[in-house]
Design a protein around this ligand. Sequence first.
Ligand code: ZN
Length: 340
Amino acid sequence: MSYVGPEFDPSQPPKRRIGRPLTVAVAVLVPTCLAGWLVYQATSGSDGNEPARSLPASPSASAGQGAPSGSTAPTSSGTSKPDKEDEKGKDGKGGDGEDNDSATKQPPRRPAANGPLKGKVVVVDPGHNPGNFRHASEINRQVDIGTNRKECDTTGTSTNDGYTEAKFTLDVARRLRTLLEKQGATVKFTQDGDRPWGPCVDERARIGNKAHADAVVSIHADGSGAGNRGYHVILPAKVKSGAADTSAIVAPSEELGTRIAGAFIGATGTGPSNYIGDGTGLDVRRDLGGLNLSTVPKVFIECGNMRDAKDAALLKSGTWRQKAAQGISEGIAGFLRQRS
Ligand code: ZN
């Protein structure tokens, strides 16, 4: 596509987008991301599962917000939407572990470090809960998401060989927590593998609201068809209905999500979704209670497609999950620094 413009200059300071047409921001961001990705592809010759190189870690993300034009909920075609959130994760281990669960072993919590994110509160929402499938009646209960009523939560998806989305989200969340805490942020989880099911999507939103979070990210992996690959970040649509009013969070959430999308490609070397978002790595939805009910900047990220063999191989790799956490962390940090 026409995204390969190399006019990106990493030395350029982030530009604030003010009153700039969103499409411009996207036009800046996307080429930047893809340029980094193409450089990576060219230099590594890999499928993105190589050790991280010093990629231009998407200073691009600084381009500001970009909403895909006409981005109003191109709801997945055959994807399992991240319609829920639940769970928590404990400390993540930073390491670049293999495909093991080292990151899920929870080291003792440390006092907040001094760092650039000191004083910032980040709520991390590991999507789904490994126990949800044993609690069908609880998670099928309908809750109010503003626009309508919807199930409390879902079980989430899994790879074809049984690696569950809930396990994935908790692992990435814990790794992310470690990275953010090292920079001084206060990190709270919606669940940390410490409850039998849930919480429901409305409660997940409330947790971020009550924490007065400066940023919230809900971590997921998709369950779409084979051949559908790549990550995408889901931004809240403008919704004002019932208990939902996203008016105040649409813009900052878009900024947050654009930064995460940019940093994710730089850190992982994997490309944006080839089936949602027209290559931008961004989507906008109004059917997610976790977004509709949020009063603080919040996005979802679908890190990859668990039902595609190549994406699944990445998602199952501890090394790749560490890169994913790094990308999300960089995006959040960029967003928070710019707002401080
Ligand atoms: Zn999900």
